[in-house]
Design a protein around this ligand. Structure first.
Ligand code: FES
Length: 104
């Protein structure tokens, strides 16, 4: 594979008052930019962080999905980003605190 892991960070924006809300209104664009920058600063290789459109789990956002494993995460703060990068992408340990379960 060209990348070991591909991280998609929803940055979808909807008008205020939309019944489902959106990840952008919860700060996802700044968090996605921070994740991309920190991953580069930390020299994490063979991964790609991309901004994504709606991933259809809006109520749980800001959401991230990682492939090829297909795990989902809720990332709300810069500290969450740091924990995700260090534990999941550098040390290859699961970050249970941030995981979104398949049936949520
Ligand atoms: S707006 Fe982010 S999952 Fe729908």
């Amino acid at each position: 594979m060209f990348y070991k892991s591909h991280v998609f960070f929803c940055t979808n924006e909807r008008s205020s008052g939309h019944v489902r809300g959106c990840c952008s209104s919860k700060g996802s664009l700044k968090l996605a930019n921070y994740m991309k920058a920190r991953a580069k600063e930390l020299g994490i290789e063979n991964i790609r962080v991309n901004k994504a459109g709606c991933l259809d789990r809006c109520e749980l956002g800001p959401v991230v999905v990682m492939y090829p494993e297909g795990n989902w995460y809720k990332i709300e703060t810069r500290e969450d980003v740091d924990e995700f990068l260090k534990n999941k992408l550098i040390d290859n340990n699961e970050v249970e605190r941030l995981k979104v379960l398949d049936d949520e």
